[in-house]
Design a protein. Structure first.
Length: 134
């Protein structure tokens, strides 16, 4: 039986702080959602003024990255390249802004960001994910 490694609240706070710093530096208001390795929400942060719809979208982007073991942008790129059937994968939101969180080669959670243009959401998520790297 394999041990499941997952981030906890302390790691989620570090990730969220880095992501928030990027969003604030850019002047973007976003929702940041961080999931553990089981897909459960650990931390959700909504900047003042961010549209309410982004709360669920950020979680869905994170869940997509976790369940498909790749950035949500990879699915977006597949759809945009003509593989439109990828848009119908159960549980997938093929829009940039979701990233798996990796430690020692294992996926230990995911981050999802929503609130601005998807490439900007992706930049915020990347800043958060980078904070987890050694």
């Amino acid at each position: 039986m394999q041990n499941i490694i997952s981030i906890g609240l302390e790691e989620a706070k570090i990730i969220a702080t880095a992501a928030r710093a990027k969003a604030v530096d850019e002047g973007w208001t976003v929702v940041i959602a961080i999931l553990d390795a089981g897909g459960h929400l650990i931390l959700l942060e909504r900047a003042d003024g961010t549209q309410l719809g982004s709360i669920q979208v950020a979680q869905d982007k994170a869940k997509t990255a976790l369940m498909f073991k790749r950035p949500s942008k990879a699915l977006e790129d597949a759809v945009l390249s003509g593989k439109v059937h990828m848009a119908k994968l159960t549980g997938a939101l093929p829009i940039e802004g979701g990233l798996p969180l990796v430690m020692d080669g294992a996926i230990v959670g995911a981050i999802g960001v929503s609130g601005v243009q998807s490439f900007q959401d992706g930049a915020v998520a990347l800043a958060g994910a980078a904070a987890l790297a050694p």
